[in-house]
Design a binder for this molecule. Structure first.
Ligand code: IYT
Ligand code: CU
Ligand code: CU
Length: 305
């Protein structure tokens, strides 16, 4: 009854171009329950530096609720496939997110995630969230060519939040200073919360507020294109606000991993010069409360369902 996902990685088929097709065929895979999370790991060629420049054909996975791609130095589990609890042995890096009914986001020309030899990403782990226990087939293609710009992800998150029950508007706020050796150029954003999340907004602050994105976390939690082309410079501030509605719940809710808990995440997908170094790739907590007080008033105004 426990069937196995057959994962094959097909190495350069098209020889004119360095291209790898990561063909994750879950042949007669039988996720056994609703809302099951399955992970599979894919080792990258060990002696080559590679650039992920596109994620393709992900939308074929019609029965998956979401698919997340992570980069790992080493996967958490030795077998090729497992029920995801842990993703990587150490820190995982999110690389991409696809969600049901969302368009795949293609990276801009000349932009790639650097993976493979001499990087912290030696494996790709694909996490599939099955809505129904049905077999699934999908295909992810990567093009690997040296790129002028490197892609990266910066995460804003809140961690010490208590959402009281029976409350219509509860905020979780995030604020940090951006520290790096050069600017970053955001091109995508992703919001993530659980069932109480209503709206999540992220801004760049450099004297004035520039909205990077605003999303309803009940929409497919993919990466969406940024609203405006902005440049985040070292010394700028970043703020985020998650707004929850707990009127349907009689108890308090805390940050945590399960559906009974909540989260507050705003992901920024960006590109930068290859020699730019970021001090951190994430920002946790509300370190500059005055920036939150002055945030545009419409930050918590819900979006259409
Ligand atoms: C407590 C919390 O907010 N967890 C988030 C953010 C997070 C992402 C990564 C935390 C860690 C990570 O290594 I990548 I530590 C969280 O778990 N978010 C989920 C996925 O794990 C990415 C999500 O769907 O955004
Ligand atoms: Cu999902
Ligand atoms: Cu979560």
């Amino acid at each position: 009854l426990v069937s196995v996902m057959i994962i094959t990685m097909i190495f350069p088929l098209v020889l004119t171009q360095k291209e790898i097709t990561l063909d994750a065929v879950m042949k007669s895979a039988k996720p056994t329950r609703n809302d099951e999370y399955l992970c599979s790991s894919h080792k990258l060629p060990a002696n080559e530096e590679l650039y992920i420049t596109q994620y393709k054909a992900i939308a074929d996975a019609g029965r998956a609720h979401h698919i997340l791609l992570f980069g790992c130095d080493e996967p958490a589990v030795d077998s090729k496939t497992w029920h995801c609890g842990r993703i990587c042995k150490s820190q995982e890096q999110i690389l991409f997110a696809w969600a049901k009914n969302a368009d795949p986001l293609v990276l801009p020309d000349g932009v790639g995630f650097r993976v493979g030899a001499n990087t912290q990403i030696k494996y790709i782990v694909v996490q599939v969230h099955y809505v129904h226990p049905l077999p699934e087939t999908f295909k992810i293609s990567f093009s690997f060519n040296r790129q002028r710009y490197l892609a990266g992800i910066y995460l804003l998150l809140a961690y010490s939040v208590v959402i009281p029950g029976k409350s219509e508007k509860v905020h979780a706020d995030i604020s940090c200073q951006f520290k790096a050796s050069g600017p970053i150029y955001p091109f995508g954003y992703r919001t993530h919360a659980h069932s109480l999340g209503r709206v999540i907004t992220g801004y760049q602050v450099n004297g004035t507020y520039h909205r990077i994105g605003k999303g309803n976390p009940q929409w497919p939690q993919a990466f969406y294109p940024v609203e405006d082309k902005i440049v985040i410079k070292p010394g700028d501030y970043l703020t985020g606000r998650c707004t929850y509605n707990s009127t349907g719940r009689g108890r308090s809710t805390y940050i945590g991993a399960t559906a009974n808990d909540e989260m507050c995440n705003f992901y920024i997908m960006f590109y930068m010069d290859a020699n730019t170094r970021l001090q951190y790739h994430s920002c946790a907590g509300n370190n500059f409360p005055s920036l939150i007080r002055n945030m545009p008033k419409d930050a918590d105004v819900p979006l259409p369902p």
